[in-house]
Design a protein around this ligand. Structure first.
Ligand code: TUI
Length: 307
């Protein structure tokens, strides 16, 4: 990959832009720009800004349920983006074009079955994301997901979901992963553009302060408990409310949290590792502390067993 540390910054919708991504890449990790926000031209600008702010590799994350995913799929080729990660579905239909353009493709999967298909289609690595994560999640949790995916594929696996410090990173390696992806931890990065209210909530939250809504819609999403999630959950239980009405209520809720800090209608997406995010600090410090602690823990890891 050409990166110093195997730490990816998750592609977070409306959040992961060129400032955060370039800070992570400059610190030796892999910064990732999310494409879920404005239109394709805005993403082109973000990619160009990122190239100006770092000469290190970075990635673009494509959410496969986005209305403009086909346009973005072409944009990353035109802009010669070195690495693409995908989420929320299978990128099979774009794989040949990306590989022909020399792009390294790293799909996010939530189960081993899709990981196997992606390995066969030419993915250079797989991000296996457990249900501790914030945002759109699958059924499996990280502890059981990672060994299952590493057994199933021939390429390196990057663990995601519940990892926010050196302990999580060391544990991920023990489960067979060769890298980690963190989203929630980078919500607490100085360079992260979320509204101050969102940051305050992240710092204040305990590990039990998240909830999953949307299971009845087939689209589970983890976020901080809030007036929004309470109302959303109540609508899901109410037989007189249609799925369309619920989707309408949820539409735009993440943007309201990120840009306006809207405490009534905002969806403050975050993973269970939020309890470990206790202070705002630069991305470079987050990364260097994580690496130092992971190395120390890995060296001491044999202390509790004897053969
Ligand atoms: O994509 C995510 N997390 C996200 S996307 C997002 S955008 C959004 N979501 C809801 C409301 C408003 C905005 C927020 N969080 N993570 C990657 C991820 N991918 N998690 C789970 C999956 C996944 C699920 C099923 C990947 C593949 C998959 O495959 C289905 C298949 O085709 O086999």
């Amino acid at each position: 990959m050409g990166i110093k540390y195997p730490i990816f910054q998750g592609g977070m919708a409306w959040i992961s832009e060129s400032g955060l991504a370039s800070a992570v890449s400059n610190a030796g990790g892999l910064g990732i720009i999310s494409c879920v926000n404005a239109g394709t031209e805005v993403i082109r600008e973000e990619i160009r800004k990122c190239k100006e702010m770092t000469d290190k590799p970075f990635a673009v994350n494509i959410m496969l349920q986005a209305p403009n995913d086909a346009e973005i799929a072409q944009l990353v080729i035109d802009e010669k983006v070195p690495v693409v990660t995908t989420g929320a579905g299978s990128p099979a239909k774009y794989m040949d074009a990306w590989l022909a353009a020399g792009i390294k493709v790293i799909p996010v999967v939530a189960a081993a079955s899709l990981a196997v298909r992606m390995d066969r289609l030419g993915a250079v690595a797989i991000i296996a994301e457990g249900g501790e994560s914030g945002g759109h999640i699958g059924e499996m949790n990280t502890m059981a997901l990672i060994p299952n995916v590493t057994d199933a594929v021939s390429v390196p696996v990057i663990a995601a979901g519940g990892i926010a410090d050196g302990r999580g990173m060391a544990a991920a390696f023990m489960l067979g992963a060769e890298g980690v992806q963190c989203g929630t931890r980078f919500l607490g990065a100085t360079e992260c553009i979320i509204h101050q209210t969102y940051k305050d909530k992240i710092i204040a939250a305990a590990e039990t302060d998240t909830v999953v809504t949307g299971k009845t819609l087939g689209h589970p999403v983890r976020a901080l408990k809030s007036p929004f999630t309470k109302k959303f959950a109540a609508m899901e239980k109410d037989p007189s409310v249609t799925p369309e009405q619920i989707l309408e209520y949820g539409s735009g809720s993440l943007r309201k949290a990120v840009q306006n800090g809207d405490e009534v209608y905002g969806s403050f997406m975050a993973g269970q590792s939020v309890g470990m995010v206790r202070e705002i600090k630069p991305a470079a410090e987050i990364i260097s502390e994580m690496v130092t602690d992971a190395v120390a823990r890995l060296k001491g890891g044999a202390a509790w067993v004897e053969e």
